[in-house]
Design a protein around this ligand. Structure first.
Ligand SMILES: Nc1ncnc2c1ncn2[C@@H]1O[C@H](COP(=O)(O)OP(=O)(O)OP(=O)(O)O)[C@@H](O)[C@H]1O
Ligand code: SF4
Ligand SMILES: [Mg+2]
Length: 367
């Protein structure tokens, strides 16, 4: 038994771009995920952050084999899932489940909660007769903080937060080992976000679950994750224990993201450094050569940045688990290299769209 429940190696997912009236021709590819390696230990929460379109969901879907990788491997509990077919794949699927951003789109509105949960159990041969099933269903709704009467109701009768609890119960009903939670709280009010995140943390403790949590909100990822991976245009640019990443971000992109997160202390907020990024996120169909961030990087250098893709590596002085994909990380960290002036365009704290976010009360304060 390996300690890692999940090992992703050099994973790529390229979507063909098709054109043509009569015959579909492939005219290019969207390099949604392009060479990602990461591992997640049993019982660990790995958080994945990055701008909209950087490939987070595609990576999550490839891990669950909801999309087929172009190359690379996903090894789940010692088995390469790319090689699984039919019954073997179905049995393995029970062990990894997804929690979606919008539970309404993943829950059939015509089914009661009871029938939704039973369906999941039956699909994987976990139904054990009416009496045992009924006890199990009550246990499940109780575990996600809903009363037993919720079982007789329908998804539309619940609030957003309650629906997400049902989505979580739906994932739990098949007793999975790994849950990929894709933006599990981003559709919820901030006060409800904290409750759902606390619920996920409690369930992890009680059930020994392993999580891959995808979110664009750095505060969310920080609070739930043991380790964090930062994605940019299909690749991981930095990976570290959560606290190390926030205390000592090494990659210019991570530094820019963190510098856009407001801090609650007004004095600190006035004094803190903001790193502004110029230019839009390039298209994943035509990612820049070399370091993919070089077109927007305030520290980009004439040497190597535009023609050599940096690999994730450790640097002297940073903890062994802290890896960064930047040729010049040491000199940036020491302050020897300073950022160039750039046209001001902030990467917002609510990253999608890159707009400077008008921040509601942060989930930070609530956890
Ligand atoms: N089935 C598909 N076919 C073609 N392109 C796709 C497909 N799924 C995703 N893409 C493209 O792949 C890129 C990565 O998308 P993905 O949904 O993984 O990003 P994301 O990081 O989850 O973004 P968001 O934060 O907006 O959810 C995007 O350019 C997207 O348009
Ligand atoms: S390799 Fe160059 S362009 Fe890329 S992040 Fe480092 S300094 Fe910036
Ligand atoms: Mg997504």
């Amino acid at each position: 038994m390996t300690t890692n429940l999940l090992e992703v190696s050099d994973l790529a997912v390229h979507f063909p771009i098709k054109r043509g009236l009569l015959v579909d021709r492939t005219v290019g590819h969207v390099y949604a995920v392009d060479g990602v390696s990461l591992s997640v230990a049993r019982g660990e929460t790995y958080g994945l952050v990055g701008e909209s379109g950087c490939g987070k969901s595609t990576l999550g879907r490839a891990v669950l084999r909801l999309v087929d990788p172009t190359s690379g491997s996903v090894v789940f509990d010692g088995t390469d899932i790319a090689g699984l077919r039919g019954e073997e794949l179905r049995r393995m699927r029970r062990r990894f489940q997804m929690v979606f951003q919008d539970p309404m789109s993943s829950l059939d509105p015509r089914q009661s909660v009871e029938s939704l949960l039973l369906e999941g159990m039956k699909a994987h041969g976990l139904s054990k007769g009416p009496a045992e099933d009924s006890a199990r269903l009550r246990e499940l709704v109780d575990a996600v903080g809903l009363p037993a009467r919720a079982l007789r109701r329908y998804p539309h009768e619940f609030s957003g937060g309650q629906r997400q609890r049902i989505g979580i119960a739906r994932a739990l009903c098949v007793e999975p080992d790994l849950i990929v939670a894709d933006e599990p709280v981003s559709a919820l009010d901030v006060s409800v976000q904290a409750q759902v995140l606390n619920l996920l943390a409690g369930l992890q403790r009680d059930l020994g679950l392993t999580y891959l949590v995808i979110a664009h909100d750095l505060a969310v990822v920080r609070h739930v994750s043991d380790r964090v991976g930062v994605m940019y245009l299909g690749g991981l640019v930095e990976e570290a224990a959560s606290q190390d990443l926030y205390d000592d971000p090494l990659h210019p992109y991570t530094r820019a993201l963190l510098s856009a997160v407001p801090v609650p202390d007004p004095d600190l907020e006035d004094r803190r450094e903001r790193i502004l990024l110029s230019g839009d996120l390039p298209s994943p169909a035509a990612p820049p050569a070399g370091c993919r961030f070089h077109t927007r990087c305030p520290w980009a250098q004439p040497e190597r940045c535009a023609d050599e893709r940096p690999q994730l590596r450790t640097i002297e002085g940073a903890p062994a688990g802290h890896r960064v994909a930047c040729h010049h990380a040491e000199r940036i960290r020491s302050g020897e290299l300073t950022p160039h002036r750039v046209e001001p365009e902030a990467v917002g704290a609510g990253i999608p769209g890159g707009a400077p976010a008008e921040l509601p009360k942060s989930v930070d304060e609530l956890l």
